[in-house]
Design a protein. Structure first.
Length: 461
């Protein structure tokens, strides 16, 4: 049997800004599972390959798969539905399966919105997906496969969740060879991504990761990570690596062991990863730098302690200042993420966050609008209070307002988002550094925000 895995054609804010996109790692893991079970597999990364719906349709017809597996985030779910419909129009015998962070939390709604989807895989997908393949080869019954939702004669069946994979080393390495690896490039540098751990014990109001991959942190062995890094570097010529772990430093002891091993192995890579400001120290900063890291991402989120407490971040502003300083001292670039537009945010809260972004010491800042993704506590908060402005999933990008705010109109919070970027980046010293080091890379990409910010209606103090 043949399986075609598809990341659908869609609009990507990230690709529009930096000109590239990362590989669909989840599909590559599932492709390896399928191959281990004797299936023929192929992956289509529409974004990386600049494919249109017409292109995807031709591939489906030419490959003639028995099964199509689709991945989707919330904002691209209409595109996933379109691909499923396309598949069924080509042949009603094609079995359509969808997974990803969106459908995990709204499996029944997904099957209602898209009659062309046969199965939903919820959460960590490898075992559940393997179970569906066993169903299709008559080795199991649907009711016995945990972590899936599907149709039955009198409605929809939503099976109980699949237990987490305790030993993530049993998951086969991603099928890199099925991806258009040469397409993943930025500024003429080949880059790759790696996920060395799963799960997060924290419960931030806007994040669904602890539900998608569980609250129990599980890491690959250092040996497994080193093997994957060597494959990426020496087989696929990837010099730039992004660690996709929710928090690379969550297990600080392992982070030290891994960075020390990367250094000792002499793996010639530049890389970046994320850290919580309460799980970072000078030793980790020095080890990361020594092992080739150039940037550490910190989820700082707000300059208001009251907002940090509301979102359940479990950090303080002083922790943020301290960890950023340690990273900067070690020679790492620091990227801080900040969120505005929580339901009760005031103008003072937003101004405080923008000011803090400039004072905390990060070298790069990312600003987004609070977005209630299904499965998050923010989704529950917003839906219970009837604050959701739209169910148009395409708007769930973190750059479009979808929450009815107490103190801002949608247009006003958009203008504040633009002002946040302008205020942070249009500073004399920052512009000089940008022009000197990146030939105005940041400035040129800020022009759309500048136009919006020029009409900003400041609403008092």
């Amino acid at each position: 049997m043949k399986i075609l895995f598809i990341s659908p054609p869609t609009d990507s804010a990230i690709k529009s800004v930096i000109g590239t996109t990362g590989p669909p790692l989840g599909l590559a893991y599932l492709a390896s599972i399928a191959r281990e079970k004797g299936f023929d597999a192929r992956i289509v990364d529409s974004l990386a390959e600049n494919l249109t719906y017409s292109d995807v349709e031709k591939i489906i017809k030419q490959y003639s798969p028995d099964i199509i597996g689709i991945t989707s985030t919330t904002s691209m779910i209409p595109d996933a539905y379109a691909v499923a419909k396309m598949a069924k129009n080509i042949s009603k015998d094609i079995v359509t399966i969808i997974g990803g962070p969106h459908v995990t939390f709204v499996p029944e709604l997904t099957l209602q919105e898209s009659p062309e989807i046969d199965y939903v895989v919820k959460g960590e997908g490898e075992i559940a997906f393997s179970g569906i393949l066993d169903v299709l080869t008559k080795k199991k019954e649907k009711r016995d496969v945990l972590g899936i939702a599907y149709r039955k004669e009198n409605g929809i069946m939503n099976n109980p969740p699949q237990p987490l994979i305790k030993d993530v080393d049993i998951i086969p390495e991603p099928s890199w060879d099925l991806l258009p690896m040469e397409k993943y490039e930025i500024d003429n540098v080949q880059f790759g991504t790696i996920m060395t751990s799963r799960g997060c014990p924290y419960n931030c109001i806007f994040c669904s990761s602890s539900l998608q991959f569980g609250k129990q942190w599980r890491g690959h062995s250092v040996e497994r990570v080193i093997d994957e890094l060597k494959t990426l570097r020496y087989k696929y010529n990837k010099r730039e690596i992004e660690f996709l772990d929710d928090t690379f430093t969550l297990n600080m002891k392992r982070a030290l062991e891994l960075t020390e091993r990367i250094y000792k192995e002499g793996i010639d890579i530049r890389w970046s990863g994320s850290a919580r400001v309460n799980l970072f120290n000078e030793e980790i900063a020095k080890n990361m730098k020594k092992a080739g890291a150039h940037t550490v991402y910190f989820g700082i989120e707000s300059g208001s302690q009251a907002t940090l407490d509301f979102i359940g971040k479990n950090i303080t502003l002083e922790m943020a200042k301290s960890s950023v300083a340690k990273a900067n001292k070690a020679g790492l670039h620091t990227l801080g993420s900040f969120i505005i537009g929580f339901p009760d945010d005031t103008v003072k809260d937003v101004k405080t966050t923008i000011k803090f972004s400039k004072n905390v010491g990060v070298t790069v800042a990312q600003f987004t609008i609070a977005t209630p993704y299904p499965g998050t506590r923010l989704w529950d908060y917003v839906t219970e209070r009837k604050l959701l402005l739209t169910m148009n999933w395409r708007k769930f990008t973190t750059l479009s307002p979808v929450i009815k705010l107490k103190n801002f109109t949608s247009d006003q919070i958009l203008k504040w988002l633009s002002w946040a970027y302008i205020s942070f980046y249009i500073r004399p010293l920052y512009l000089i550094r940008d022009l000197a080091k990146t030939h105005g890379f940041v400035f040129k990409r800020l022009i759309p925000y500048a136009k919006r910010a020029m009409t900003l209606d400041f609403m008092g103090d």
